[in-house]
Design a protein around this ligand. Structure first.
Ligand code: SF4
Length: 55
């Protein structure tokens, strides 16, 4: 299960760029849009500058 730590997320959009079907920005924070969407979660996690994505 993947989660986004809303305290750590700065809304940079890097995860959305890697996985546009999986993450989306809502009110300036990344949230899970579709947990079943095809996504390289490891790449998204590495792209996140604040380590806000928790796998
Ligand atoms: Fe938030 Fe990290 Fe996604 Fe940037 S990459 S929007 S900081 S979860």
């Amino acid at each position: 299960m993947v989660k986004v730590d809303q305290e750590k997320c700065i809304g940079c959009g890097a995860c959305v760029a890697v996985c546009p079907d999986f993450f989306e920005l809502k009110d300036g924070k990344s949230v899970i849009k579709d947990a079943k969407a095809d996504c390289d979660v490891d790449a998204a996690t590495e792209a996140c500058p604040t380590s806000a994505i928790i796998v």
